[in-house]
Design a protein around this ligand. Structure first.
Ligand code: ATP
Length: 217
């Protein structure tokens, strides 16, 4: 579903992704881990078509939606209007399927997005992505700035969609524990390059990964 081959993306003379190869099969839920500045958001934005590769290829075999880092909502618009913008390309006007899945959004529908809590805003960003009826979802830092119980709630919704609807997910995270709980496989990116990849169960036992991402081996 998501196929990235030998991808190079640069900002001027600075190379943010350096020959990255990564795949996510249809129905898979795969994590991309890495510290600040590793190039994770650059990949997300390239997959979403917002950045052009300098070389290499990116192909996505279905409709893809991005939950961007920092949510990127329109703060002065209502929740309902933010959701409607997500349905602009798919033609989905009626948010009821999203409200069925995330009932809290129906309660919040008339509120301005900018006054909501971080967790509520992330839920709006999630709902907005679903309005585009995606077959694949790239989630850039689901857990950033959220309380653990709020993150767990959103993660459960994500896992449910993957299980019941076969939604393909690339989960970009700094929180390796969360990523390992949700995903079957993971890639680890540092300074634009893959340092390791594999089954989460094996990566969690890798001392390099454990010390860097799990707070000690
Ligand atoms: P974070 O979690 O902090 O967002 P990240 O892994 O998503 O980190 P990127 O945001 O993709 O990393 O950044 C990768 C590299 O590209 C970093 O060195 C960053 O400084 C640089 N970079 C990102 N955006 C730009 C930009 N618009 N112009 C120039 N350099 C940029």
């Amino acid at each position: 579903m998501i196929d990235v081959q030998d991808l190079v993306v640069s900002y001027g003379t600075a190379t943010a992704l350096d020959h990255l190869t990564l795949t996510v099969a249809k129905g898979e839920m795969v994590a991309l881990l890495g510290p600040n500045g590793a190039g994770k958001s650059t990949l997300a934005n390239t997959l979403a078509g917002l950045l052009e590769p300098a070389s290499g290829t990116v192909s996505v075999g279905g409709r893809l939606a991005l939950i961007p880092e920092g949510r990127q909502l329109f703060p002065d618009l209502s929740v309902a209007d933010n959701l409607a913008l997500g349905g602009w390309r798919s033609g989905l006007r009626d948010p009821s399927s999203v409200y069925d899945l995330l009932p809290r959004l129906a309660e919040l529908s008339g509120r301005r997005a900018g006054v909501l809590s971080g967790g509520e805003q992330q839920m709006v960003a999630f709902g907005r992505a679903l309005m585009s009826r995606p077959e694949a979802l790239v989630v850039d830092e689901l857990s950033l700035g959220l309380a653990p119980n709020v993150t767990a709630d959103l993660a459960a919704h994500l896992a449910g969609l993957n299980r019941t609807q076969g939604l393909t997910v690339l989960l970009i995270e700094q929180n390796a524990r969360l990523a390992f709980e949700l995903c079957s496989r993971a890639y680890v990116l540092e300074s634009g390059r893959l340092v390791t990849e594999g089954a989460c169960a094996e990566l969690a036992d890798d001392p390099r990964v454990a010390s860097a991402y799990l707070g000690g081996a």
